[in-house]
Design a protein around this ligand. Structure first.
Ligand SMILES: NC(=O)c1ccc[n+]([C@@H]2O[C@H](COP(=O)([O-])OP(=O)(O)OC[C@H]3O[C@@H](n4cnc5c(N)ncnc54)[C@H](OP(=O)(O)O)[C@@H]3O)[C@@H](O)[C@H]2O)c1
Length: 240
């Protein structure tokens, strides 16, 4: 089993939902966690809960759409905690339209948050991980990143792109002992999941269920390669 104690993680979208759950799980494993998202007060709440449980957390409010803020996030992380060992690209946003009704402002928003920000962060942390011959990249894709869901437009395309980016990262860094996963859940019981028309929240995945899969993946030994695509679906029909 891999011991994560003392490693440094950046978790984007840590102000709620799946990102909050992942940040708390990492903190439980002894990882020093940097929390990034726009809502500073929610990040503070999560940080206080992590500290109350005896772990370390640093709050760095960051807008995924702002390149300077993303670069500052990594710089401050390195200054305060050291180089990034675990990058969790979890921040995400959905705007659903069929291609014949695309709103290009929504397209830009979704692509900037779901694809461009993860690409920039990965490109900046990977050189150090390659030198140290250790690193974990966790990209929150979606079931909509593995299949085509009519009407989900930019979101579906962005999550497919994120999955392919993750596959490239794994192949390009396989010889450097780096592990990358595209975590691809079906509907999850969060603010984003609740926005899905016609969904039956009772049948959705719970945040803890997704989080426990990620914990399992991280704790496997160096010689174990799983994924990079990891599909996680609820047993019951999320629209039933
Ligand atoms: N819920 C589902 O059914 C589901 C299914 C499959 C995959 N996913 C994926 O899982 C990830 C987490 O989703 P969730 O369900 O936990 O959604 P959520 O509760 O809506 O959380 C989204 C997170 O992204 C952050 N975020 C959004 N735009 C941002 C921006 N411009 N800059 C910085 N942070 C931003 C939000 O923080 P602030 O608002 O504080 O900035 C929030 O912390 C997403 O990538 C999502 O696509 C979700």
């Amino acid at each position: 089993m891999t011991n994560l104690h003392g490693l440094v993680a950046v978790v984007t979208g840590a102000s709620g939902g799946i990102g909050e759950g992942l940040a708390k799980m990492l903190a439980e494993e002894g990882v020093r966690v940097v929390l990034a998202a726009r809502r500073a007060e929610e990040l503070q709440r999560v940080a206080e809960e992590i500290r109350a449980a005896g772990s370390e957390a640093l709050v760095l409010p960051t807008n995924m759409r702002d390149e300077a803020e993303l670069l500052a996030l990594l710089e401050r992380t390195e200054q305060e905690f050291g180089p990034v060992d675990i990058l969790v690209n979890n921040a995400g946003i959905a705007r659903n339209q069929p291609i014949h009704a695309l709103n290009m402002k929504h397209w830009d928003l979704v692509m900037e948050v779901n694809v461009r920000a993860p690409a920039l962060l990965c490109s900046r942390v990977l050189p150090g991980m390659r030198e140290r011959r250790r690193g974990y990249i966790i990209n929150l894709s979606s079931e909509a990143g593995s299949f085509v869901f009519p009407g989900m437009g930019a979101y579906c395309i962005s999550k497919n792109a994120l999955r392919v980016m993750t596959q490239l990262i794994q192949e390009e860094n396989q010889d450097r002992n780096i592990k990358a996963w595209a975590i691809s859940p079906g509907m999850v019981d969060t603010a984003m999941g609740a926005d899905m028309p016609g969904g039956n929240v009772e049948n959705f995945l719970k945040v803890e269920e997704v989080v426990e899969v990620v914990r399992f993946l991280l704790k496997q030994g160096d010689n174990v390669r799983m994924g990079p695509e990891v599909l996680i679906r609820p047993m019951r029909d999320p629209f039933g």
